[in-house]
Design a protein around this ligand. Structure first.
Ligand SMILES: Cc1cc2nc3c(=O)[nH]c(=O)nc-3n(C[C@H](O)[C@H](O)[C@H](O)COP(=O)(O)OP(=O)(O)OC[C@H]3O[C@@H](n4cnc5c(N)ncnc54)[C@H](O)[C@@H]3O)c2cc1C
Length: 407
């Protein structure tokens, strides 16, 4: 949508093919329906938060930084607000507003939107791109084509990976796809017992062969297969990049990151003394979310019904240690379809970063998640899509208008 809008704004006659019967199905579910539209960070920060080839977008971010995204959407009437971590959202917390604003702009620019039209092939003549065909075999002549068909996660939204096949047919190499921001399955089955429970202000460290891979602080969620939530998604990229998709690596959960183990132990002593006549699970009620307490006592080998005043020092220390470092063994990431973002994709070495033009086929351009670029949560992936879309749209328009047919 951004590419088509920009191409039209630069004077090209643009049309947009969308395989669904509506635009922006994925966009409408971003940010839990609130759409974390960008991150108001300087270019260097944006790149750092796109560990999958963020530097490829240096030129695109210089031309279309986060401020340009914010100006663009404000200009379309979407009031914005900036939250913790410089994450930008529509003030109304409604992703549909973002989709509607893009639709209005497409309409105002007379971009022809073809719904239920699924691109199936690229046409070439004389070593240059000459148009595209759809799944019905209908052809459209075009001087330039921008592929922006997304990655392969959440395929029900329409991103089923068609663009990879089209790019490959044009001679591009596809870097193997893997889930980037994905929930993680654990070998332990106990997370299922507390599925749905989310923990706030906790710290999670991923460890492989005794070496820490990364530490995140924030919110996580237990699920029927393991763990999910923002801090798990952020760590999942590094974990699933390990051999065997990270199987055997460890996640160490610190449920009391503000306290040392000794302070945790003191807190336990206080609670157990105050409730000395109660049983353990009652005496420690204030310590953890209720659903988690019996589980933690079990993992520490302490019967939940044991009277508080009979809990030994060793038992108490085991509990304090688990509060600070509860280990979970990674089985692997959930499948690509459940990942928020697809890592891998069209090899960026074969694309000109200043124009998003294919180095293989003149007239072909790329934008968005189809590229081998991926980032953390926080608005970075959409910023990558807006900026690459803007550059692809303006460059394709310039290229197309050097002759007289459309984009
Ligand atoms: C649940 C979820 C939440 C997310 N939240 C955020 C967030 O808050 N902030 C953030 O920065 N990122 C977020 N992301 C990531 C972000 O949504 C994507 O990186 C971004 O949408 C990629 O944009 P795109 O235009 O490249 O691809 P898409 O948004 O996937 O759009 C591609 C479009 O192409 C269409 N298409 C595919 N093949 C064809 C074809 N052959 N012919 C015609 N049309 C076709 C698809 O139907 C689709 O509409 C989230 C992702 C998910 C799954």
């Amino acid at each position: 949508m951004m590419a088509a809008i920009t191409a039209a704004e630069h004077g090209a006659q643009a049309e947009l093919w969308e395989r669904n019967d509506c635009l922006g199905r994925k966009l409408a579910i971003t940010g839990k329906g609130r759409c974390n539209i960008t991150n108001d960070a300087p270019t260097g920060e944006l790149i750092k938060n796109l560990p999958g080839n963020g530097a490829f977008l240096y030129s695109a971010f210089s031309r279309f930084p986060a401020a340009a995204t914010m100006d663009f959407f404000s200009g379309l009437g979407v009031a914005l607000k900036t939250e913790r971590g410089r994450r930008v959202f529509p003030a109304q917390d409604d992703a549909h507003e973002v989709v509607a604003a893009l639709e209005r702009r497409l309409l105002a620019l007379n971009v022809q939107v073809h719904y239920r039209r699924r691109a199936a092939g690229l046409l070439c003549a004389g070593g240059e791109l000459s148009g595209a065909t759809d799944t019905r075999g209908e052809k459209t002549a075009a001087r330039a084509v921008i592929l922006a068909s997304g990655g392969m996660s959440y395929p029900a939204t329409g991103s089923t990976g068609d663009g990879y096949t089209l790019a490959e047919a044009a001679g591009h190499r596809i870097v193997p796809l893997r889930p980037a921001l994905a929930p993680l399955e654990t070998q332990e089955s106990w997370p299922a017992e507390v599925a749905g429970l989310s923990l706030k202000n906790v710290a999670l460290t991923a460890v492989s062969n005794g070496k820490p891979l990364g530490r995140e602080f924030g919110e996580m969620l237990f699920t029927h297969f393991g763990v999910s939530g923002p801090i798990v998604l952020s760590l999942s990229r590094a974990v699933s990049a390990l051999p065997q998709d990270g199987a055997g690596s460890t996640l160490v959960l610190d449920m009391k990151p503000a306290l040392t183990t000794e302070q945790c132990d003191k807190r336990l002593q206080r609670d157990l003394q105050a409730g000395s006549r109660k049983q353990a699970d009652n005496a420690l009620r204030g310590l953890l979310p209720l659903a988690l307490l019996p589980l933690l006592l079990r993992l520490a080998d302490i019967p939940a019904t044991k009277p508080a005043n009979q809990i030994s020092r060793a038992e108490r220390l085991r509990l304090a240690e688990l509060l600070k470092a509860l280990p979970l063994t990674v089985k692997g990431p959930r499948p690509l379809a459940e990942a928020i973002v697809t890592a891998g994709g069209v090899n960026v070495k074969e694309i000109d970063p200043r124009t998003m033009a294919s180095k293989k086929l003149p007239g072909l351009y790329f934008a968005g998640e189809l590229l081998d670029v991926d980032g953390y949560t926080g608005g970075y992936n959409l910023q990558a899509a807006w900026a690459s879309g803007y550059v692809a749209g303006s460059s394709a328009a310039r290229y197309a208008m050097s002759s007289d047919s459309g984009v």
